[in-house]
Ligand binder design. Structure first.
Ligand SMILES: Cc1cc2nc3c(=O)[nH]c(=O)nc-3n(C[C@H](O)[C@H](O)[C@H](O)COP(=O)(O)OP(=O)(O)OC[C@H]3O[C@@H](n4cnc5c(N)ncnc54)[C@H](O)[C@@H]3O)c2cc1C
Length: 254
């Protein structure tokens, strides 16, 4: 037990400073960092700033997973702002032996709460190939990580469903003039159709606009039944039927 005794750390890189920070936070009264040059001038100054969780060793995965939590709350924990952005990591594999290693590692990473996905070449093509013949230069494919706090809320606790899904895809397009609309919409629909076989039968509720037939897919069956019962109580005549029509329970609509 070192509490109460002075601690001396040699080296003021990220490792030494992190140890010092955590010791002080844990209540160690006297922590000294000895740095022969400038704090952070060693390898730390060269780092790209990526925080990779996709390792093959379980201890590494768990350490980095916990450090992501730390960086997410960095300002709260340290009192200093941090421009921390979650972009994800992408690995391209070209041989079967590599794939085997990554498949086993991805299973282990998921068991430890890291949302790693293996994408097949077909899925990659569906996600990216459309860009090659872009009809709409202002198009955007959004791939949003859906885990974290979203998954910690019980699926039945709110109307927002599909909390167990790992990713949320959006295909957004913009066109400069009225005439360009139809081809761009057609191109967008084709892209979505190509993605569909690789996705779950689910919608994110905020992305529904003019697809009335898809509204039900945004909710799990219990949430849908609850919302319909609410409509029956509060809006039995279904005055509020747009943009997303939830028909009152007992009405003719399915
Ligand atoms: C190009 C590059 C990119 C990288 N990108 C990433 C990345 O994206 N993500 C990632 O996680 N990691 C990355 N790394 C790795 C990462 O930078 C290192 O793992 C990390 O900075 C090591 O920190 P450290 O505190 O152990 O070492 P250092 O930062 O080197 O700190 C050691 C300190 O000890 C001091 N010191 C040494 N001997 C003594 C002594 N006798 N007395 C007093 N002081 C002494 C040195 O002056 C130095 O300041 C990258 C590394 C490089 C080179």
């Amino acid at each position: 037990m070192l509490t109460g005794r002075p601690v001396v750390i040699i080296g003021g890189g990220v490792v030494g400073l992190s140890i010092a920070f955590h010791l002080v936070e844990a209540g160690y009264p006297e922590v000294t960092v000895l740095e022969r040059g400038l704090v952070g001038e060693g390898t730390t100054a060269r780092a790209t700033g990526g925080i990779r969780q996709q390792f093959t060793s379980e201890v590494n995965v768990r350490m980095v997973r916990d450090s992501v939590e730390f960086f997410t709350r960095f300002a709260e924990r340290t009192g200093y702002p941090l421009d921390f952005r979650r972009h994800g990591y992408l690995f391209l594999l070209s041989t079967e032996p590599q794939l085997e290693v990554f498949r086993a590692a991805a299973d282990m990473q998921r068991r430890n709460g890291v949302p790693t996905e293996l994408l097949s070449p077909d899925e990659v093509l569906a996600i990216t190939a459309r860009r090659a013949g872009e009809v709409a230069p202002l198009s955007l494919l959004g791939v949003h990580y859906y885990g974290g706090g979203i998954q910690r809320v019980d699926e039945q606790a709110t109307a927002m469903s599909h909390r167990d899904k790992p990713w949320n895809y959006t295909v957004t397009t913009t066109w400069p003039s009225m005439q360009d609309g139809a081809p761009v919409r057609g191109w967008q629909d084709e892209w979505v159709a190509e993605l569909e076989p690789h996705t779950h039968d689910a919608f994110y509720v905020n992305y529904l606009f003019d697809q009335p037939e898809d509204v039900q897919r945004a909710y799990n069956p219990l949430a849908w039944a609850r919302l319909r019962a609410l409509k029956r109580s509060w809006d039995p005549g279904n005055l509020f039927a747009t943009n997303q029509n939830i028909p009152p329970a007992g009405s003719d609509e399915p």
